[in-house]
Design a protein. Structure first.
Length: 165
């Protein structure tokens, strides 16, 4: 067999599609839907899903895109920029708790001490019953610095460091 190629060779990027899903249904995870309990397929326990469902009615488009299109629950890195109250914090919570379930740590950088303290109280109320150890680091002497330095935490809420110009 003999042939000739004119121009650059280009190979298509292959992605699992409907035929792959029909042939290998056990290898294809169903995408998340607006229903928070659809996240069960990503390994989140029902109690945690119930806690989230008590706080928000459903996942919004930004959160669904982060999960389904950008793989935030599959370990992909993602930078989310969106207006206030658009659901960015929930995307962070999803990624952080997925890491905790994988026995890894997560860090939230927050702009103010007040926001760190507010989120700390919220995380304690929501996640402490699931065994999630949350600490804070704001530069105050009362912070959990020994736990931070020794890695004895699941989630750390840290105030963004300020630099002098």
């Amino acid at each position: 067999m003999r042939g000739r190629i004119d121009g650059a060779v280009s190979w298509p990027v292959l992605a699992p599609g409907p035929l792959y899903g029909a042939a290998f249904p056990e290898r294809v995870r169903q995408p998340a839907t607006a229903d928070l309990h659809s996240l069960r397929a990503f390994g989140f326990p029902d109690g945690l899903l119930d806690a989230w469902a008590a706080a928000i009615p459903a996942l919004n488009d930004l959160q669904l895109a982060a999960v389904n299109d950008y793989g935030v629950l599959d370990g992909q890195n993602l930078l989310v920029t969106a207006p206030t109250s658009s659901g960015k914090t929930m995307v962070g919570k999803l990624a952080a708790l997925r890491r905790v379930l994988d026995r890894r740590r997560a860090l939230f950088l927050l702009p103010t001490r007040a926001l760190v303290n507010d989120k700390y109280e919220q995380f304690q109320r929501t996640y402490a019953d699931f065994g999630v150890v949350t600490i804070r680091a704001t530069g105050k002497i009362s912070d959990d610095i020994p736990a931070l330095m020794q890695g004895r935490y699941d989630i750390c809420l840290q105030m963004e460091p300020r630099t002098a110009w």
